[in-house]
Design a protein around this ligand. Structure first.
Ligand code: NAP
Length: 542
């Protein structure tokens, strides 16, 4: 058995930065990564058109000024290959690879109370022991199971956007089906349409998508951005979504319709996820206000798509705008104006089965050479509970989370000493620029370990009462918004049988960061500690 101070699972941005920080503390750490390269999301999601939907200049590490000054992004929204090059650059620049073990999938992790150590076992039977066990497994890393009968019978090629072949796929001359219309589908459909002889999109729920207005970055813009990086990053850290906020001092009801439309027009033209949503301060809390923005976007869809029936099918009407993750696209809606691109509304004509030749819906069978599943992820909890994690008294994390994830601050779990989650459920994570949230969590964890060492503590565990209070707060904040009204993956609603609980923290990056800072200022309130010479934790106060 190999022994380290910390085992980190995952070599995406979270795992890489965690390793870098732990090294800085002089701790020994090993990253275990299932893939054979770094990059996490950007390692796996290689589908055509994959890009970040937060501007590249924001969607990058801020912890090293040298790194952010030297790296050159070529476009407003970087492509997957460029993001993967960046991840590899970070790995090389900070010499991370020597502590990353690739091709290693963690199967089990159990806490041993007598030694206060985690015992970790990989799928191939290799074992490790570590004082700290850190899950840096990402929020969208386990593809949802294909729940359509007959999927395995299809004679043609099948692809999942989240597990795309390395060498790419050329759909030239092929009849292609895409199932799903979330962010992955919306980014890939225009590119697939440009290759395929015929493309049919099977849509269950239309998504709201805004234009990215992607473009190359010009040198002057980059120079100016870099000159003000420190100030910009600080604004991002204390913002709602991890990028500087737009001022929101008015309700959508406070202005005349013409002014509101002009404001939405400016938001639409901004080419970002939040410009339109932050037009007014009540768009995510007031249904009537939200409807004004939703209708603005529907009218854009109606203006872009030539066939009024297709346009209406593409218009989302079953949930408030912003209650499901907004998408950012390049020519998505206009793609449906091409004669070889077809839309099937599977709410009207449900998919009955995948057959050897194609897809059968209630109105007949269509034949395809290839099917692309853009059907999403078992989000936020999937990757965590895929590992059999056992805490005190053999308690299984999967069992503890049976009715929905429970964490303290999205970072720790009562009953699981010395376990940390990076961007876990109950933290802003997917509601934010992930990199800003990853940095905050990694820094909080490394500062905590440093503090524990200074105070002679070997074990940290969240109090049950603190966890209960945090879970109640996460729910209360979510319930004050319109977000729980949608059947979204935020709610676990996309996975049959998954508990319906709003998983991320919607209170905003800045307010969340302040709560984490307050916990530290109060001497890690809500946590209990045990010292090296008395490893048993005192009884929980909760
Ligand atoms: P998703 O948003 O969950 O979309 C999955 C799509 O598949 C939905 O339209 C869903 O319909 C449909 N679907 C699922 N099962 C189906 C079935 N059995 N029959 C018919 N349709 C089915 O997944 P995603 O597009 O991969 O995106 C997930 C998240 O990853 C995004 O929300 C975003 O946070 C992130 N992402 C980001 C980017 C980026 O730009 N940086 C790109 C891709 C993904 P329902 O809505 O009816 O369930």
């Amino acid at each position: 058995m190999k022994t380290f101070d910390a085992i980190i699972v995952g070599a995406g941005f979270a795992g890489m930065y965690m390793l870098h920080r732990l090294r800085g503390l002089g701790l020994s750490a090993r990253v275990l990564e299932a893939g054979d390269g770094v990059g996490g999301t950007w390692y796996w999601n290689r589908y055509p058109g994959a890009r970040c939907d937060v501007q590249s200049m924001d969607y990058s590490f801020s912890f090293s000024d040298e790194l952010q000054q030297e790296w050159e992004w070529s476009e407003k929204y970087a492509t997957q290959p460029e993001l993967l090059r960046y991840a590899n650059h970070v790995a090389d620049r900070f010499d991370l690879r020597r502590d990353i073990q690739f091709g290693t999938r963690v199967a089990r992790a159990a806490y041993d109370e007598t030694t206060a150590r985690w015992h970790i076992e990989t799928a191939s039977g290799e074992t490790f022991a570590a004082r700290f066990y850190i899950m840096a497994t990402g929020c969208l890393s386990v593809p949802k199971e294909i729940d359509i009968p007959g999927a395995e019978s299809f004679a043609g090629a099948t692809y999942h956007t989240a597990d795309w072949p390395r060498d790419g796929v050329d759909f030239s001359g092929q009849r292609v089906a895409v199932i799903g219309t979330g962010s992955s589908a919306i980014q890939s459909i225009p590119i697939i349409a440009s290759q395929a002889a015929d493309l049919t999109v099977f849509q269950r729920t239309p998504a709201f998508s805004l234009p990215a207005f992607n473009r190359p970055l010009d040198a002057e813009e980059v120079r100016s951005w870099k000159a003000h990086y420190a100030e910009h990053r600080e604004k991002s850290r204390y913002s709602l979504f991890g990028v500087p906020d737009f001022p929101m001092d008015k309700s959508a009801h406070d202005v005349a319709p013409a002014e509101r439309t002009a404001t939405y027009e400016a938001g639409w033209s901004g080419g970002t996820l939040i410009a339109l949503l932050q037009s007014y301060n009540d768009l995510l809390t007031d249904e009537a206000a939200n409807e004004t923005a939703a209708e603005f976007v529907r009218n854009k869809i109606r203006a872009i798509v030539d066939d009024p029936e297709v346009a209406e099918t593409l218009c989302p009407k079953s949930f408030p705008i912003g209650a499901k993750r907004l998408c950012l696209d390049t020519n998505y809606y206009a793609t449906y104006n091409q004669p070889h691109v077809h839309l099937v509304d599977v709410r009207k004509t449900p998919i009955e089965a995948i057959t050897p030749q194609g897809i059968r819906t209630s109105d007949g069978e269509r034949e395809f050479d290839a099917i692309v599943f853009a059907t999403g992820f078992d989000a936020m909890t999937g990757a965590v509970v895929n590992v059999d994690i056992r805490g005190r008294d053999g308690l299984g994390l999967k069992d503890k989370w049976e009715a929905g994830p429970r964490t303290y601050l999205g970072l720790t779990v009562a009953g699981f000493p010395n376990l940390f989650l990076i961007t876990g459920p109950g933290s802003p994570s997917v509601m934010s620029n992930m990199i800003i949230s990853i940095e905050q969590h990694v820094e909080w964890i490394s500062d905590c370990l440093s503090w524990m060492r200074e105070h002679g503590h070997a074990v940290i565990e969240a109090e049950s009462a603190a966890e209960d209070g945090w879970v109640a707060h996460v729910n209360e904040v979510a319930d004050a918004t319109l977000l729980p009204k949608a059947n979204s993956w935020y709610m676990g609603a996309n996975v049959p049988g998954k508990p319906r609980v709003f998983m991320p923290y919607i209170g905003g990056c800045g307010p969340y960061r302040q709560q984490c800072e307050k916990v530290v200022a109060e001497g890690y309130s809500g946590f209990r500690f045990a010292d090296e010479d008395a490893l048993a934790l005192p009884a929980s106060a909760g």
